[in-house]
Write a protein that binds this ligand. Structure first.
Ligand code: ADP
Length: 487
């Protein structure tokens, strides 16, 4: 089997995706801001024209009209009443008019030529400033009524044109402001939409592969199953999923090799071991001639050690075949109460030899179930065997059977008063080849008993778990569904 180590597809990395989303938001913000800036520039230009030109022209032209009206009024009053103060009033209005006419020349805008014409006409009428004083010393009219009317009319028209221009500028100002607000709103909306869609896309594209990986990792950590995961994305998470699958394939392959190796080794050892055991037994039983006491003692030791090795080997072969995840069960009706008592009876000699009291309890009226008797017995025996193996002499082991889940499940439990299992080890004990750190020195075992029990229980559709307080023993539970629909 080959285990590729390099990614096989083009990458659209996480960084690329993040940059794509943030760059889109930045581009939208840039265009929105530059649009708003253009509109603001237009607004500033119009406002400058209105505030610095049109309003000034409006107020000066209004003063000029006022001055002309004042001149006309005072000239008429003087003509009727002949009082000198009207002459003074006329003169000051005339000066005011001249000053305003001079200052309005500073403003230049479409239509501002009218002020130049009025200035020329005024200068033709009053060529120098001495002429102003001189004119009021003469007899009225100091300024012909006709001229006064023409000037007033011209100024009035210019003032109205200016007012119209102010009005249209105000409208333009309003339109520009509206456009600027609209551009801002659209930009804000679009960038929010892109941000939302972008973050939803990023969340979705990160979440799915991560969820898939979590599924694969959980299947291994919780159930000890090596399953491959779907490679969903083409980014680093996709690479991670691919690496996970390669790791899974490698572990599966290695596990198979290990099982094959154990199988091969057990079979290879069994034949010579049987011959050695037979030979030793023949010698021990003095079939091949008499042996003295000292020789017999050593032959006894050899025989008992050979027995132990044979037992271990038999168990190794049995568990190696049962440790496969796909156990083939043959379902038959089983009386669980009988199965419980029978299994406890089998373990009794071992328990008694260790000075452990073992007992079994079952509720009456427990129904029969469809199950594989031998496998179920094996699962129960593994739990009881462990309880006996790890418990100290003088303690008790209790196996019981009751109904659970409203009568839908059989619930087996095995309670002991042994050393218990530390919290950190509890999730690991059902893993293959796992052996507790403290106990593996003091007891025989290969770390497969619980993993096999789990496989058997799950193949029946049940669940297995434990509860333990270190130093206070532990209880193993497992359920077997009573109603079997499939299989
Ligand atoms: P083995 O018994 O061959 O070591 P198992 O799979 O049966 O393998 O058990 C795995 C580990 O779980 C044991 O090594 C031991 O640390 C722990 N264990 C199992 N049953 C008990 C028990 N009744 N009391 C304390 N520890 C236990």
């Amino acid at each position: 089997m080959r285990f590729p180590t390099k990614p096989r597809f083009p990458r659209f990395g996480i960084l690329f995706k993040l940059i794509l989303v943030f760059a889109s938001i930045l581009v939208i913000i840039y265009f929105t801001t530059s649009n708003i800036f253009d509109y603001q520039q237009g607004i500033v230009n119009i406002s400058r024209d209105v505030v610095k030109v049109r309003f000034e022209v409006l107020s000066i032209s209004q003063s000029m009209v006022d001055s002309l009206l004042s001149m006309e009024e005072n000239q008429k009053k003087y003509e009727v009443l002949r009082q000198d103060n009207y002459r003074e009033y006329f003169l000051s209005a005339l000066r005011e008019y001249r000053r305003n006419l001079a200052s309005i020349q500073w403003f230049s805008y479409p239509g501002s030529e009218v002020w130049r014409e009025l200035q020329e006409q005024f200068q033709q009428t009053f060529p120098s400033s001495q002429d102003l004083d001189a004119v009021t010393r003469s007899e009225p009219p100091w300024l012909a009524q006709e001229k006064l009317n023409t000037w007033t009319e011209r100024i009035f028209e210019a003032k109205q044109a200016n007012e119209r221009s102010i009005e249209s500028s105000m409208r333009a100002l309003y339109a520009w402001s509206e456009r600027s607000v609209r551009a801002g709103m659209i930009g804000l909306g679009v960038s929010m939409a892109v941000a939302l869609i972008g973050s939803a896309y990023l969340t979705y594209s990160f979440f799915r592969p991560l969820r898939e990986l979590r599924r694969g990792i959980r299947a291994f950590t919780l159930d000890g199953k090596l399953t491959s995961v779907r490679v969903i994305s083409r980014d680093e998470l996709g690479e991670l999923a691919q690496a996970f699958n390669e790791m899974t394939a490698r572990l599966t392959e290695e596990e198979k090799m290990r099982t094959d190796f154990i199988d091969m080794l057990s079979h290879e050892i069994r034949t010579p071991l049987t011959s050695i055991r037979e030979s030793v037994n023949l010698m021990r039983e003095q079939v091949l001639g008499s042996v003295n006491d000292r020789q017999k003692r050593f032959l006894d030791i050899a025989s008992s050690e050979l027995e132990r090795i044979s037992r271990l080997l038999a168990r190794l072969m049995q568990v190696s075949s049962m440790s496969s995840r796909f156990i083939t069960l043959s379902f038959k009706p089983v009386d669980p109460v009988h199965l419980l008592h029978d299994t406890v009876d089998k373990a009794t000699p071992q328990a008694e030899a260790k000075g452990i009291a073992i007992s079994s309890h079952a509720l009456p009226d427990v129904p029969s179930v469809m199950a594989d008797t031998e496998h179920l017995r094996q699962a129960l025996l593994n739990l009881i065997g462990n309880a006996v193996k790890f418990s100290p002499p003088g303690s008790t082991v209790e196996a019981s059977l009751q109904l659970a889940d409203g009568g839908n499940q059989l619930l087996f439990s095995v309670v002991d008063q042994g050393p218990g299992i530390p919290d950190a080890e509890q999730p690991l004990v059902f893993n293959k080849y796992y052996r507790g750190e403290t106990l593996k020195k003091s007891a025989d075992g290969i770390g497969l008993g619980l993993s096999i029990a789990k496989n058997i229980v799950e193949a029946h559709g049940g669940k297995i778990w434990l509860s333990s307080r270190p130093g206070r023993g532990c209880t193993f539970f497992f359920t077997i569904p009573i109603a079997r629909e499939t299989q």
